[in-house]
Design a protein around this ligand. Sequence first.
Ligand code: PEP
Length: 253
Amino acid sequence: MRKPFVAGNWKMNTDSQTGVQLAERIAAGSVEAAGRTVTVAVCPPFVYLQAVTRALASSSIAVGAQDMYSEPDGAFTGEISSSMLKDVGCTYCLCGHSERRHVIGETDELINKKVTAAINGGLLPILCVGELLSEREASRTNDVVTRQLEEGLAALGDEKLSAVTIAYEPVWAIGTGITATPDQAQEVHDFIRKLIGRMYGDQLAAEIRILYGGSVKPGNAAELMGCEDIDGLLVGGASLKGDDFLAIIQAAV
Ligand code: PEP
C-alpha cells in the first residue's frame, strides 16, 4: 500500500517572514492528515530551509530542497551539498525539476549524479521527469520519460531505488494553468510503473511512489488522486497559498 505524498515546491518565492508564516499555516491546518495518512513536504528556497525547518519542528511535515549538487564538498562555488541539506533538517531533495532541465540546462547524466549523491548523503530524492509540449505532440512522451528514467536512475541498485520518489510533470502543464487530464496523467504513470517493473521487478514497481505535478489546484486534486497509479502530487503555485495547499492535502487523505 503506497502512502499518498503531497509536496509543495515554493520555487524562488517567499521571504524569511512569509516563508515561516506559510509553513506555520500549513502545519496548523494539516495536523490531522499529515504524518498519519499522507506524507507532506515543503521545498522552500535554500536560504529559508533552516527557518522553515524550525517552524515545522513540532509537526510531521518534512522539508525538502529544490536542488543540490552532485559532489559531497569542495571547490564548487555557489553549490549546496547533501550533507549541508541534512544538516539543516532536510529529508527530501527534488532532482531534475523541469526548470533545472530546461532553464538551467541540467543533463540526465548530472541529474543521475545528484540522485545518487542525495541517497548516499541520506536524503530521499524526488526525481522529476516529463515531456515538452512539442515532444507530446510528436508522440514522443514515452520515449522522453524512458530516457529520463533510464539515465536518471542509471547504476542505482534495488536498495537505492527504494529511497526514490518519481514525479511525472509534463512541462506544458507546469505553471501554465493547463493540467493533464486524469486519463493523460494515468496513462503516463502506468507506463512509468511498468518501466520500473522491467528495470527493477514487480515488487519495487508496486512500491515506488509516482507523483503528478503540473497546475494542481484544489479543484482538480481529488480527481487526479483518484487515478490508480497517481500516488501523490507535486504542487508549485498552489503550494504558496496555505489554504489551497491544505485543500490539496485534504484531497489526498
Ligand atoms: C512544479 O513546480 O513542480 C509545479 C508543478 O508547478 P505548478 O503547480 O505551478 O504547475
